[in-house]
Write a protein that binds this ligand. Structure first.
Ligand code: BGP
Length: 461
């Protein structure tokens, strides 16, 4: 069968400023929360390679744009670094950062590659984190001003904007699972962080619209379908709770302008509602997106928590549901994550049927592989047939969703060049291009050539 996509389908890849730029303490940039954390984190978080050691996109972006062209990209997502652009978090703009981002944007456009620009990819300026990070309304206001500055500086040329990447991740990793700074486990604080992130998103959307710029604004969400272990009432309710907390808590307000009543009822029942101000509801209602970015890696397999009773107080989401490993599931042996391609189709159909078929695109999907050097062949290239299979299998389901009326406009792979990662540094490689960290040498992998050909043909057989 021939899998053909629309002529204007977006083919590209995604990365983020903190995972690729490097120059962590150069060009006038101040520290962000990850720079700080790697200097001070307890032993259990040490990864030997910190966020300053990346593919040094800050210095090599011109050559890298050439590589993007070779890879057949017509679009490319990265993020702006708040701590580079406004080192004090609020107020004065760093002219070196403005020059860098201007050159990057103009360089991409000159090659016919549309810049998809995200404002926030987990990298809170450290000075803002010291003021409470997303727990503070002051920080929400400062983010709104940062967003407005970005739109005014670059909004004449950037027409695809995103306010956040995966806002639920800092909530889960930083306030529920003890994985990212500030490493606390506190459901009430987690809800506040999620609520304030949504307000910050809505504030940025309202600033963007007020400027009357010609482009679109959206958000990038990691949507993971929640599948119950069985058809029992308890398992279905557990999956529903996971879906409410981890998907719908952002998906509903950014598409419908309001939280799902069932989520508010759940939070209220357990004394977890955040502190709201009277004008918040109006701001959220006006914060609906033009375009939704969907990151998809793996589903969530959910089962009822033993002994769960709706009337019991809960301290953590784990009190409401738990996860299980589905027997016979397909696994990425090099990373441990489940591979379930149909999940992508299920998300797109859900958006079509329950979210007004909001315009969307796949903003991340990809396969991390540990020990990828073992696959380097005699020609010096990584023969990553497993990644080609992974991408093709997902694209087949995406294609089927399109045939059934999905409003999906593109596919961005995570990622362009192997990049630094929050918890794994360079252990898991995702790139279409291999990076030798010490020499900074870049080599296109077999998947890179396959991707370029697919993009040029707008499809594959
Ligand atoms: C997403 C993030 C990316 C990237 C990716 C891969 O959640 O948006 O920044 O890191 O996951 O995950 P990891 O790096 O943990 O393997």
């Amino acid at each position: 069968m021939n899998y053909q996509f629309a002529d204007d389908f977006w083919w590209g890849s995604a990365t983020s400023a903190p995972q690729s730029e490097g120059a962590a303490a150069r060009g006038g940039k101040s520290r962000n929360v990850f720079d700080y954390w790697y200097e001070t984190a307890p032993e259990r978080f040490h990864r030997r390679v910190g966020p300053a050691e990346t593919s040094t996109f800050y210095d090599r972006f011109r050559d890298d744009i050439g590589l993007l062209k070779t890879l057949g990209h017509n679009s490319f997502r990265t993020s702006l670094s708040w701590s580079r652009l406004i080192p004090g978090g609020d107020g004065e703009v760093n002219p070196q950062a403005v020059a860098f981002y201007n050159q990057l944007i103009d360089g991409l456009l000159a090659q016919g590659i549309a810049p998809f620009i995200n404002l926030y990819h987990f990298d809170m300026p450290w000075c803002m984190q010291q003021r409470g990070g997303w727990e503070s309304r002051e920080v929400v206001e400062a983010y709104g001003r940062y967003a407005g500055i970005c739109f005014r500086l670059f909004g004449d040329r950037v027409t695809h904007w995103f306010t956040f990447n995966e806002p639920i991740v800092p909530v889960e990793a930083g306030y529920l699972n003890d994985l990212h700074y500030p490493c606390v486990v506190d459901f009430k604080r987690a809800v506040t962080v999620a609520y304030h992130s949504l307000l910050a998103h809505a504030l940025a959307v309202s600033h963007y619209r007020a400027l009357g710029l010609p482009g679109t604004i959206g958000i990038i969400l990691n949507l993971s379908p929640t599948y119950p272990r069985s058809d029992s009432k308890e398992d279905r309710q557990a999956a529903h709770h996971a879906d409410l907390l981890l998907n719908k808590s952002f998906l509903d307000p950014v598409t419908k302008g309001r939280y799902p009543a069932a989520l508010l009822a759940l939070l209220e029942r357990h004394g977890l509602l955040p502190h709201c101000q009277p004008q918040d509801a109006q701001l959220i209602a006006a914060g609906t997106v033009d375009l939704l970015g969907v990151n998809y890696y793996q589903p969530r397999r959910v089962m009822a928590k033993e002994g769960y009773r709706p009337e019991d107080p809960v301290a953590l989401p784990e009190d409401l549901f738990s996860y299980y490993e589905m027997p016979g599931r397909k696994i990425n042996p090099h990373r441990g994550w489940e591979i379930y391609e149909k999940g992508l189709y299920d998300i797109l159909m859900d958006l079509k049927e329950n979210y007004g078929n909001v315009p969307c695109y796949i903003s991340e999907n990809g396969m991390g592989v540990e020990g990828e050097e073992a696959f380097i062949g005699a020609d010096g290239r990584v023969a990553d047939d497993y990644r080609i299979d992974f991408i093709r299998d997902h694209l087949q389901w995406l294609h089927r969703a399109l045939q059934e009326g999905s409003n999906c406009k593109g596919y961005h792979l995570w990622t362009f060049i192997d990049c630094w990662s929050w918890l794994n540094a360079y252990k898991n490689r995702y790139g279409l291009v291999r990076l030798e960290l010490a020499s900074q040498r870049r080599t296109i992998k077999k998947s890179g050539y396959w991707f370029a050909e697919t993009a040029r043909q707008n499809g594959f057989d």
